[in-house]
Design a protein around this ligand. Sequence first.
Ligand code: DGL
Length: 258
Amino acid sequence: MKRIGVFDSGLGGLTVVKAILSEMPKENIVFFADAANMPYGDKTPEEIIAFSKHNASLLNEYDLKAMVIACNTSDSIAGDLLKQSYDIPVSGVIKAAAKEAVRQTGNRKIAVLATKATVSSGSYQKQIAELDKEIEVTAIPCPDLVPLIEEGRFATKDELLDQSIETYLEKVRRSGADTVILGCTHYDLIYDLVQEKMPDVRIVSSSRTLVQELKEILTGSHRLSRRKGKDIYLSSSCSERLDQIAAKIIPDIRLQKK
Ligand code: DGL
């Protein structure tokens, strides 16, 4: 059975899996979270490249028909390298999100919330400029968010997470952007909170925008699945607590140690 391989530094990548399965329920997934090494956002480019290469080659041990880099940080720094290294389609989250934000913005001001590494890489700024040079991009590093989300604080009202989001959104307000990219797949889990705090802003989630592109690739190459089997969920670090948090994204999930 051919699978779509999906990886992230942590549980954020499950938001991409959720989006894929909701659009293409018959697809079969093998997912890997590098939970032992997360967050990637604070790591050096060399470390991020090494982790990303490892994750891709681990997934490649399965019978893959496509691979998804469900991590903006990996896609920013190692995306081109991985796309050249495999003879199956390898899709990253950044291009699709940048394209959608350019389509959505009315005042040509886009804010990007992302990890430190993604912001420093300039990947979103570059992708958006390739589509429209006149668009003003404000990229805001949000180093507190991934650790707080990975602790499961997104599931109920949480003061600390709330304050942290508010600090970053204040920068979005000051930028005057009418469109915000959630440029980290973990941030899809705070989509509603962001929308509640900024009801007039258009939100583009990097977890959701890739799916259409992937569907087109699979449809175009006649590789859409017709038979649903059991998905495989792997992680470099496992615990009951991690399973409980993961189950808030994909019900009944159990991560296996890899
Ligand atoms: N989900 C990853 C991303 O999209 C989080 C990176 C991290 O581990 O800091 O960038």
